[in-house]
Structure formats: C-alpha cells, structure tokens
Design a protein around this ligand. Sequence first.
Ligand code: NDP
Ligand SMILES: CCCCCCCCCCCCCCCC(=O)OCC(=O)COP(=O)(O)O
Length: 311
Amino acid sequence: MERFMGGGMLPLVLTSIGVLLLYRILVHFRKGAHVQGAVVVITGASSGLGKECARVFHAAGARLVLCGRDASRLQQVVQELTASSTDTQQQTYTPSTVIFDLADADTVDRAAEEILKCYGQVDVLINNAGISYRGNILETHISVQRDVMETNYFGTVALTQALLPSMVRRRSGHIVVISSVQGKIAIPYRSAYAASKHATQAYFDCLRAEIERYQIPVTVISPGYIRTNLSVNAVTGDGSKYGVVDKTTASGRDPRDVAQLVLKAVRQRSKDVIVAGLVPNVAVYLRTLWPALFFKIMSSRARKEQKPKDE
Ligand SMILES: NC(=O)C1=CN([C@@H]2O[C@H](COP(=O)(O)OP(=O)(O)OC[C@H]3O[C@@H](n4cnc5c(N)ncnc54)[C@H](OP(=O)(O)O)[C@@H]3O)[C@@H](O)[C@H]2O)C=CC1
Ligand SMILES: CCCCCCCCCCCCCCCC(=O)OCC(=O)COP(=O)(O)O
C-alpha cells in the first residue's frame, strides 16, 4: 500500500485536488450574468421562497413578472417591493403580475403569452411554485398523486415549453427550477412530492443538454428544509390540507438566505445546486454509492414515523 501511495498515487491525488480547487476559483471569479434590467419571471411569488426571490431580484434591478393564483396577494407583494424601492441606490422597476393556476393546463399557454407581452422577452424564468404532500401510499387516493404531479411537474414543464421558443429565437435566456433534496432522494410518506421532484430533476437535466447549443443555461436548485408555509399548504392522502407547520420546516433555513443563493446561482449560471446541510448531502451520496444502506435507513424511518391503519 505504502509503495502504491508513494509511487504514482499520491501525486495523482494531489494534482486532482489542485485542478478541482483551480476550477472552483475560476468559477467563483467568472464574470456573472447581469440581473440589472433583466426580465425575470417568478412563479409562486405570493409567498415563501418565491416572494423572497422577488425581493432579492427586485433589489438587484430586475424587471419582474410575478406569477401566482391569488391576484390580491400578488398585488400586496408588488406594493411591498415598490415601497422598499426608495431604500436602494439601484434603479428598480415596478413588477408586473400574471395570474394563473399551474395545475390548469388550459390556462398555461395563455399565461405565457401574457408574460411575454409584459416586456416582449423573458431573460430568466424561475419555476418556483410547488406544493408538498404528506401521506401513506396505501391510504392515498390516486387523484392526489396526479394533482401534485400536475402542479409541480406538468404545470412547470408546460410553462417552460411555452416560453422556450422565444428564448431559442433570441439565443438568450436562462431556465431555473426550484426542485428539492427530495428530487435526489425519496423519503417515506412523501411519495407524490418526491416523485414530482425526481421527474422535475430528470426533465431539466434533459433540457440542459438539449438547449446548451442555444446558449440557454438550465439551473436546478435543490434545497433542504426552508422556513415557509410549504408543510401547512401540503395535501394529504384524501386531498385535504395538512395545515401543520412541521418541526423540520420551522427549523429550516431562512427563505431570504435561500433567495440570495438563487440569485448567486443565476449570476454564475450554475447547473445543479444543493442548498442543504451535511446530512442531506451525505444522504444523496449514500443513495448512489451504498443504496442498500440508504434503503435500510429509509425503512427504519418509515417504521418509526407511522403505522398503517391495518397494523
Ligand atoms: N419549504 C421547504 O422546505 C422547501 C421548499 N422547496 C420548494 O420551494 C418551492 C416554493 O415553496 P415554498 O415557498 O417553500 O412554499 P409556499 O407554500 O410558501 O409557496 C408555494 C408557492 O407556490 C404557489 N403555488 C402552489 N400551487 C400552485 C398552482 N397550482 N399554481 C400556481 N402557483 C401555485 C403558491 O401560490 P398561491 O399563493 O397561489 O397558493 C405559493 O406562492 C416549491 O417548489 C417547494 O417544493 C424545496 C425544498 C424545501
Ligand atoms: C452524517 C451522517 C449522515 C447519514 C445519512 C443518513 C440518511 C439520513 C436521511 C436524511 C434525509 C434528509 C431528508 C431531507 C428532506 C428535505 O430536505 O426536503 C426538502 C423539502 O422539499 C421539504 O419538503 P417537505 O414537504 O417534506 O417538508
């Protein structure tokens, strides 16, 4: 072993670490994309991470198009942003709003047209809107599985595909999606949510490869728990609202910090970012490198967390 390390292995490891460090330094100092004046579309901008992204991109001088289902809540966000505009030296713009339901396939194309009419182009699309789920698969109606998929996956894909041709024509644009750590690992009692986020990851990985030739980057951001209303708004197996702030959510990251990292990922045109602590990061690697152990840990979690009704 000593001879092995002393021979060719040690210099190889050190060179690899050196190359990796150099690459990280180059990425760090690479000229960032301009956000000032860029047309940035944010879905799910009425609350949580979407609202904080709206704040951060507005302060950076973006021309915002905020999307959501509730016109009055979006208007409230616009008022908050315009009231805060006097605090900044940066030129800021009054955001536009477009109201539509991502789960309603018929309205997404119309919404995309309305979005394009705001400024004639889209520079950055941030697909943030989403809904979570809590439930046991045995007690979950199939319509719930479809509904979560409809909002998190099909709605997001439909909006992206409706806005993509205008970006391809201009050979310019940037597609961002807020996925989740659960787009990389699946944990018990989150089947609908984890499945929708895994599908999201796969779709946007395909898209990244397909549209790189048009100079349109694709960024998938996978956060761990964030302190928002995601768990309150989650649906359960019978379609009713969960309505509880889970401990994991309450002790999650501040959405303002996550929004800053979204801005950084847009500026650096990052491809895939995990915004989470050590344990979720280790779990992601474990799922790939030692799946048997990962599955054992998940089965044990499933047994501890819930008992099906028939036991
Ligand atoms: N909070 C967390 O722990 C984590 C969150 N994420 C992801 O972050 C994203 C934002 O969630 P977060 O801010 O936490 O949660 P919130 O519940 O606070 O925000 C979700 C947003 O999505 C919008 N939305 C939900 N359903 C639809 C729909 N059918 N059509 C249009 N808009 C819709 C909501 O708008 P409306 O006002 O109309 O309800 C709301 O603005 C989600 O994709 C989530 O999966 C990822 C990892 C962790
Ligand atoms: C240092 C030793 C580590 C050993 C690793 C063992 C594996 C432990 C499992 C860890 C699971 C982490 C799950 C993280 C889930 C998460 O962050 O989800 C983010 C969300 O999208 C939250 O949505 P939700 O609706 O579930 O609140």
